[in-house]
Design a protein around this ligand. Structure first.
Ligand SMILES: Cc1cc2nc3c(=O)[nH]c(=O)nc-3n(C[C@H](O)[C@H](O)[C@H](O)COP(=O)(O)OP(=O)(O)OC[C@H]3O[C@@H](n4cnc5c(N)ncnc54)[C@H](O)[C@@H]3O)c2cc1C
Length: 352
């Protein structure tokens, strides 16, 4: 009898299984490569919401846990995953500058927002109203992380690359059976795949499509990450990630011409030099109505759990939220009410 079956190995499945592994719990993971959100993510960790200059939900605490969480994989696999750099927020008006100063005075934000404005960061980046610097930010290479982790689990024979067929689960009194294998619990980390999950698809997971382009520019020579209407992230070798789009309507997995043109049009308003688009990726963010994760136990089936709803902040959210879920199952600890999927049960669950 296994301790757990896990469905999905994006950032959620990785964080959940990593916490389970530390407790020597046995598990089998199913992954069918149907969703790409974690793989294509820019991997940025940034506690500040750069549109409104507010602190993202619990971001300070999440950041403290996330850095060592990802560093352990750097050490384990001997690869570089974490990059620390500052974000330069490009202001569009004097009003935005004033809002920045107001925000920097607020508790918590002062640690991240520099009140010294920067006039120019690069001759090819337009800056009518200067830049504000956000510190304690950076990115993780989610593609390398997931590839290393998946290879590791595959070698240990605990990962199956196949579609998990929700219709084949048999629920028994104290365990579940799936294709002849028994497990005490099952945790669904299926991202936007939750829409096809008959046990949890009553939850209000909306999904938001995001696309990035990668550009090559010999002229630009930008060594800083810039946030304006788009994010420009230097990747070295004259390559830059530019994105991402937010689309609540299109839920198809492929990159679109529309998104590419939109990103290029926004980029053309920020930089003045030539570039070439060399790649484009897309994924569906598992976003929720109230922008909080969907974590917890199924309202009717005691050993069914969900760890989802990370929206556009999976890098910061995954390590701490998955830990809470594992502590809830293994140590009977209460989940924080704001992440507990119970908050939607009464309104959305029609199982009564
Ligand atoms: C373009 C883009 C840029 C982003 N940039 C950032 C960023 O810079 N910083 C940040 O923090 N977040 C970012 N995000 C958001 C981040 O990617 C998500 O919050 C996070 O990856 C969600 O992780 P997840 O594991 O819940 O979902 P997913 O990554 O979607 O993983 C779910 C997994 O379950 C698998 N699965 C689903 N159904 C089944 C099934 N039936 N059988 C087997 N396997 C199944 C899927 O194949 C998938 O691998 C970005 C997202 C996008 C799309």
């Amino acid at each position: 009898m296994l301790d757990y079956i896990i469905v999905g190995l994006g950032l959620s499945g990785l964080a959940v299984t990593s916490h389970l592994g530390k407790r020597n719990k046995s598990f089998r993971v199913y992954e069918n490569l149907s969703q790409k959100s974690s793989l294509v993510a820019g991997g940025i960790f940034n506690p500040v919401i750069l549109k409104r200059f507010t602190l993202a939900w619990n971001a300070d605490e999440q950041l403290k846990m996330a850095i060592p969480f990802y560093q352990q994989f750097e050490e384990k696999y001997g690869v570089k995953l974490l990059y620390f750099w500052d974000i330069y927020r490009r202001f569009n008006s004097a009003e935005e500058q004033n809002n920045w100063f107001d925000a920097a005075d607020k508790p918590g934000l002062g640690n991240f927002l520099d009140t010294q404005l920067i006039k120019e960061i690069n001759p090819h980046v337009y800056a009518d109203y200067s830049f504000g610097r956000v510190s304690s930010t950076g990115n993780i290479d989610t593609e390398i992380l997931l590839n290393e982790y998946r290879n590791d689990l595959e070698k240990r024979d605990v990962l199956k690359y196949e579609r998990f067929d929700y219709n084949q689960i048999i629920t028994e009194a104290n365990h579940v059976s799936y294709k002849g294998e028994k497990a005490r619990n099952i945790i669904f980390c299926d991202g936007f795949g939750l829409k096809r999950n008959p046990f949890f698809n009553y939850l209000p997971l909306h999904g938001n499509k995001g696309e990035y382009i990668t550009i090559f520019s010999e002229e630009l020579k930008l060594d800083k990450a810039v946030k304006s209407s788009v994010f420009i992230m230097p990747m070295g070798n004259d390559l830059y990630k530019v994105g991402a789009t937010y689309d609540n309507v299109d839920k198809t997995p492929s990159p679109t011409v529309d998104a590419r043109e939109k990103l290029m049009s926004q980029l053309n308003k920020i930089i003045s030099c030539k570039y070439e688009v060399i790649d484009q990726v897309a994924g569906i963010r598992p976003s929720t109505a109230d922008r909080k994760p969907l974590v917890g136990r199924h309202p009717k089936i005691a050993n069914f759990y969900c760890c989802n709803g990370f929206g556009s902040r999976g890098v910061l959210i995954a390590p701490s939220v998955s830990k809470e879920l594992v502590e809830m199952i293994e140590d009977n600890k209460e989940l924080s009410p704001e992440i507990d999927l119970k908050r939607f049960t009464r309104k959305h669950f029609k199982g009564d």
